[in-house]
Design a protein around this ligand. Structure first.
Ligand SMILES: Nc1ncnc2c1ncn2[C@@H]1O[C@H](COP(=O)(O)OP(=O)(O)OP(=O)(O)O)[C@@H](O)[C@H]1O
Ligand SMILES: [Mg+2]
Length: 304
């Protein structure tokens, strides 16, 4: 199936800075894809390249097979919230949404519904200058959805949202996916993305580290570690090292080890007369991401 968004050998240089370097990846239709990378990795630049807000130095950024400028009314194809400051501060929220609707050539009568959908009905007629960051994020989202687009691209939309707001946003994005839409979302809040995204694109230093299923990414990059709580951490530490394991971290009664299976660890503890009070094989997107970006700088490719 044709990818909904595709980067082909995409490069963007700003003078001496290469923000995006020979990036190739594809984003499938009907999925939520997380776009992850440390600060300055090139996420926003890549999203801007897809939306035609900056021009590539070389390569291409395609929306459903074509550059954005080849779509007659781009906002019907792709809705984007890249910058929560995008609206004029002296304009009322509802007028900003109506203005976006006019630009997209769609009826302005849905503006009220859109503001309700993003939880801003109560402030629809207020000027946006004094809106909080969270309110601006919601407004930017309403504007992104104005053309009822097939693809929704969001740059750090969780910034400024409180926990309830984040949960609400996740539900909204899931409902967009359930309608068959494609969602691409960049975020630093890795723990929040964990139960949201189907796929990932991971970028560091302008280069794509991996793309594909989130589960495959975690399987590939997650360090094999066990977090263990014991009544005698120091003797356990010595026994682990003696058995060829490695102690990565120790805090009070808890330590994190690698190089042993949980069964081996249980046997070592039993033989040393140490009680294990808890044992978890931790698995998280955050740890896989940290490990991938810290250790891998040179493995482009598909994951799963
Ligand atoms: N208009 C520009 N002119 C010059 N350099 C730029 C421009 N836009 C981005 N850059 C540089 O390109 C690199 C990538 O920036 P970008 O904003 O794409 O990263 P990011 O992954 O979105 O970072 P963050 O997580 O902080 O939002 C950075 O070194 C940045 O300074
Ligand atoms: Mg950015």
């Amino acid at each position: 199936m044709q990818p909904m968004l595709e980067a082909r050998n995409l490069t963007k240089r700003f003078g001496p800075v290469t923000a995006v370097s020979d990036a190739s990846f594809a984003i499938r239709s009907g999925a939520i894809t997380g776009f992850l990378g440390p600060n300055g990795a090139g996420k926003s630049t890549t999203l801007r390249l897809f939306l035609g807000l900056v021009q590539p130095t070389s390569g291409s950024a395609l929306i459903d097979g074509k550059p954005i400028h080849e779509w007659p009314i781009p906002s019907l194809k792709v809705g984007a919230a890249l910058d929560a400051q995008c609206v004029h501060p002296s304009r009322r929220a509802i007028d900003s949404v109506r203005w976006a609707a006019r630009l997209a050539g769609v009826p302005t009568s849905h503006a009220e519904d859109l503001l309700e959908r993003v939880g801003l009905s109560a402030v629809a007629r207020q000027r946006t200058g004094k809106f909080s960051l969270g309110m601006r994020q919601r407004l930017a989202l309403a504007i992104a959805l104005v053309g009822d687009p097939e693809i929704v691209v969001l740059d750090e939309p969780m910034n400024g949202l409180d926990p309830e707001g984040i949960a609400w946003l996740k539900d909204l994005l899931r409902s967009l996916r359930d309608q068959g839409r494609t969602v691409l979302i960049s975020s630093h809040l890795l723990a929040e993305l964990e139960d949201l995204v189907d796929d990932l694109v991971v970028i560091a230093g302008g280069r794509i580290i991996g793309s594909g299923s989130a589960t495959a990414f975690i399987d590939r990059f997650h360090p094999q570690t066990i977090s263990v709580l014991s009544d005698k951490p120091e003797p356990l530490c010595a026994a682990v090292i003696e058995a060829g394991g490695e102690v990565l971290d120790m805090q009070g009664q808890r330590m994190e080890i690698s190089g042993l299976t949980s069964i081996q660890l249980g046997e070592i503890a039993r033989d040393a007369g140490i009680a294990l009070l808890g044992l978890t094989e931790e698995r998280s997107l955050k740890r896989a991401f940290t490990h991938a970006t810290a250790t891998i700088t040179d493995i482009p490719g598909e994951l799963g």
